[in-house]
Structure formats: structure tokens, C-alpha cells
Design a protein around this ligand. Sequence first.
Ligand code: T5A
Length: 215
Amino acid sequence: MNDRGAFITIEGIEGAGKTTCMGVVAERIAAAGIGLLQTREPGGTPLGEDLRALLLGHRHEGVSSDTELLLMFAARAEHLAARIRPALDAGDWVLCDRFTDATYAYQGAGRGIPEARIAALEEWVQGDLRPDLTLLMDLPVTLGLERAGKRSAPDRFEREAQAFFERVREGYLRIAREQPQRVRVVDAARPLAEVSAEIARLVDDFIQARRHGTA
Ligand code: T5A
């Protein structure tokens, strides 16, 4: 196995089932006897959680796209320094509910910020650190919003129009097409039992590949 822990992220539009499926991934990693840090973005640190409350709450509805982008990366810089890098360096694995693919999808494809601007911040804040495996939970926007709507009141992002989430979904799928080795697309429209079974298989395969030094 590699010395550095593996970095796994879960992505997808609202209501895709990311939070639900974090448990499946965590269970497979625990079953393999591997230490795990489970976390989320924006968030994961006291400062990051405060920034999350500002970003998702309704006090700053008119915030500019650039401000939103910079706050996402401010939270990420703190998250990497305080929690993600120390865990990976200690050999633990890290499972994160959303990461920089969300920035490309929401602030890039959704808000229209040029990709090169996001890439510059990514390089600055992350250096060469990228997720080793990303599970992209994909489903039609209407179904995702319907599921999310049943669960809780809409946050600042969930008040966006359907067209915004169509762009976000397409942004994610484009990343998956460009990086098929890292990003595995899971059809999240299926019943939870089927989705969970596929995720468990993908994670078990990844654990094996990591042990054999091929991932
Ligand atoms: N953001 C984040 C950015 O804009 N840029 C960034 O860089 C980052 C990091 C974060 C927001 O911040 C934005 C994106 C987001 O808008 P969030 O709370 O982390 O917000 O993300 P949400 O997508 O809003 O989280 P949700 O909880 O809405 O979605 P999940 O986690 O995908 O869905 P989950 O698991 O809570 O499931 C929703 C409901 O559906 C049911 C569940 O039981 C639950 O009730 N469900 C299913 N039902 C039937 N069949 C299935 N297969 C089901 N799977 C789940």
C-alpha cells in the first residue's frame, strides 16, 4: 500500500444521495481496517463551518460569484492545512463530501467563472494534491431537487433555477469524461439498495487496487 493515505471524494447535484452514501464508503474502508477521516466541504474545520453557514445561509443573497469562489477556496485552504493533509500524511484515508470538482461545477459551469481562474486557485491552494477516487452521483435535476426539497428547506444554492443545476450537472459529467480513471459515475436515480451495492463494489475494487499499488 502507498505511504500516503488515499483521498476519496463524493460529488453530485443536490439530493443525489451523497450524504447517504458516505456511510457506505466509510463502512467498506472500516471493514478493510483502514483509518478514516470523514469530512465535508465547504466546512470540516471551525472556520470552514462558519464560512459554510455564510455561504449556504440567506444573509448574503447578492454575493458576487468571485467572492463565493474565494470563500470556497479560503475554507478549503484551512481544511487542507488543519485536517486533510495531516490525516493523509499519517497514512489515514480521507473521505470528503464534495471538493474542488464542486467548484468547477457550481462556480465554473453554474456561475460562469472561467475554468482557468479556478485552476489557478486549485494549484495555489492544493499544490499537486488531487483526489485519488471520486464517486460522481448522477441523476436528473428534477429528481435531485425533489429529493432535496423533501429533506429540508432550500439553502442559498437550492434557490437557484433548474437551468443552473442543469449546467452544474453537465459540468460534473464533463469532468468525468475528461478524467475517467479518477471519476466513477454512479447512476443515483436507482433505488438506494442498488446504488449502495455499486458504491460498495467500486470502493472494494479501489481498496484492492491501492493495495496492489495500481491506484
Ligand atoms: N458548493 C460546494 C459550491 O458551490 N462550491 C464548492 O466548491 C463546494 C464544496 C453544499 C452546497 O455548496 C455548494 C454546493 C451545494 O449547493 P451540501 O449540503 O453539502 O451543500 O450539498 P447538498 O447537495 O445540498 O446536500 P444534500 O444533502 O441536498 O444532497 P445529498 O447529500 O446528495 O443527498 P442526501 O444523501 O441528503 O439525500 C437526499 C434525500 O434523498 C434520499 C435521502 O434519504 C434523503 O432524504 N435518497 C434517496 N431516495 C431514494 N432513492 C435513492 N437512491 C436515494 N438516495 C438518497
